[in-house]
Design a protein around this ligand. Structure first.
Ligand SMILES: [Zn+2]
Length: 141
């Protein structure tokens, strides 16, 4: 039982770490990028946004959704590797930093850390763009 609880704690901590250190930032960066592009495009098209402040809201929503999506993938289908020598989970492949070959613990073989980051960024950016348009940030017809 103690072992079970201990493992659960580690897992929860790992998810928080994912959100704070990694996916959140990647998703936020993607959202900022698409939002900046949207504003630039609206200016180029001759219809500058009447509500640029809505962009902040959309970017925040996009970043949040992206990071949630990232932690969801990270906790479910992302490839998690295991180092038998250190008895710890890792993202290093094919060798852990200690030099031992890692083996796959769970997740999809092709979905590594970078893949999850990428997908989460796209999702975050899509949500940001969608929200911005929905809020009317791009201006009327
Ligand atoms: Zn190791």
């Amino acid at each position: 039982m103690q072992e079970l609880l201990g493992h659960k704690d580690v897992k929860t901590t790992m998810i928080y770490t994912h959100v704070l250190n990694r996916g959140g930032l990647a998703a936020l960066a993607g959202s900022v990028l698409i939002a900046t592009g949207a504003v630039a495009f609206s200016h180029l098209a001759g219809h500058p946004s009447p509500h640029p402040e809505l962009l902040l809201l959309a970017v925040a929503a996009g970043g949040l959704c992206g990071s949630l999506f990232d932690s969801l993938l990270g906790a479910t289908v992302q490839q998690i590797l295991f180092c038998p020598a250190c008895a710890m989970e890792t993202e290093c492949h094919p060798y852990h930093r200690c030099g031992t070959a890692t083996r796959r613990l769970r997740g999809w073989r092709w979905l590594n850390n970078d893949g999850v980051n990428f997908v989460s960024s796209v999702v975050g950016a899509g949500v940001a763009a969608g929200w911005w348009l929905w809020l009317g940030g791009a201006g009327g017809p």
